[in-house]
Design a protein. Structure first.
Length: 345
């Protein structure tokens, strides 16, 4: 062991009793002394550790950041809460959490580390599980949209066309069958009128399932149409404002924002008893913010976070790594706010 002075030896002997990894290193990057915890953790002998630079044992992917951090420490900046990976003699990877200080008058670095490998492995497992969950959620969402598109196409191309054909035949019968009793004629005209409404309803349902306008005209025009349509169908004024460049967003994000607005308006329709609704989109620095607010009675306790529409909103927001806030008060309405990271172009 290199002589570091009697007091330093006594101090190091004291740290030899701790399970933490303790070492003294030279300014030029060599181990001068280590406690038994270092030897046990890395699997090398003291002679092996002190014969080559410390960087020899650092994981290749962590060498650059370790070098930069060490440079700052030698310049007088204490090193705390720094983590990097080391390779053991057997080839295993260990994660070490360091606290180090440079002692200029001795040209030595005194460092203490904790082996946090088990914790990092647990964190990585959690991250992998979250990633798998997100992938499954994304797959389910895409499958759902694919099924919606198929159903919308079937409604528009098959059922709506058949209903149109039935209406044409009913019109022909009405015009080309003389002597029909008045009651029968009135009934026939009623059915013709009802079939026209059925065709319109099928087309609206088809559009709500898979909005072609989103691909053709963009999200801004689609949300404007959605707001107008909500007012026309339900008699509830829906104001729409947008001061952000939302049509620059990827198609998947635009589709999610459209669906979120649909679900929020569904909550307004069935639970809010509102007289007015607002959909607002604005850019706040690097965040794109969407809010849907109403002046209704507020979500009842049994529906907060539990209605199908609210669950759908939460899942959609989570799938695009957004933040969701739902503020609701009895008699004061509800504000659904979503923000996603989307820097302006």
């Amino acid at each position: 062991m290199t002589d570091l002075g009697h007091s330093a030896f006594d101090l190091f002997h004291f740290f030899g009793l701790t399970p933490d990894l303790v070492c003294i290193a030279s300014k030029d990057g060599y181990f001068r002394q280590v406690n038994h915890s270092v030897l046990n953790c890395l699997g090398y002998t003291l002679e092996e550790l002190t014969a080559v630079p410390i960087s020899t044992f650092i994981h290749p992917d962590d060498k650059e950041i370790t070098s930069r951090t060490r440079f700052n420490m030698l310049a007088g900046q204490p090193l705390t809460n720094f983590q990097n990976r080391y390779l053991t003699k057997s080839g295993a990877i260990v994660w070490l959490h360091w606290t180090s200080i440079f002692i200029p008058e001795k040209n030595l670095v005194f460092a203490i580390a904790k082996d946090v490998t088990a914790r990092k492995q647990s964190e990585q497992q959690v991250e992998e599980n979250v990633s798998k969950f997100k992938n499954l959620a994304t797959h389910f969402k895409y499958s759902q949209e694919k099924d919606r598109k198929f159903l919308a196409n079937e409604l528009h191309e098959e059922i709506a066309q058949l209903a149109s054909l039935v209406r044409l035949d009913l019109n022909w019968i009405n015009k080309n069958t003389p002597g029909l009793p008045e009651a029968s004629k009135a009934k026939l005209e009623h059915v013709i009128s009802a079939s026209g409404k059925l065709i319109n309803s099928i087309r609206k349902l088809s559009y709500s399932l898979s909005p072609d306008m989103l691909e053709k005209l963009g999200l801004d025009e689609t949300l404007r149409w959605l707001s107008d349509e909500f007012y026309i169908l339900h008699g509830i004024p829906c104001e729409y404002t947008n001061n952000a460049g939302i049509d620059r967003l990827p198609h998947d994000i635009k589709l999610d924002l459209f669906r979120i607005c649909q679900e929020a308006l569904s909550n307004v329709l069935y639970y809010a008893d509102a007289r007015n609704v607002k959909i607002e989109i604005e850019q706040k620095n690097d965040l794109l913010c969407l809010s849907i607010s109403d002046n209704g009675r507020g979500l009842q306790v049994e529906y907060r976070g539990e209605s199908p529409a609210t669950r759908e909103i939460k899942e959609r927001v989570a799938s695009i790594d957004g933040d969701l806030s739902i503020i609701t008060r009895a008699g004061e309405g509800t504000i659904v706010s979503i923000s996603i990271y989307a820097p302006p172009a």
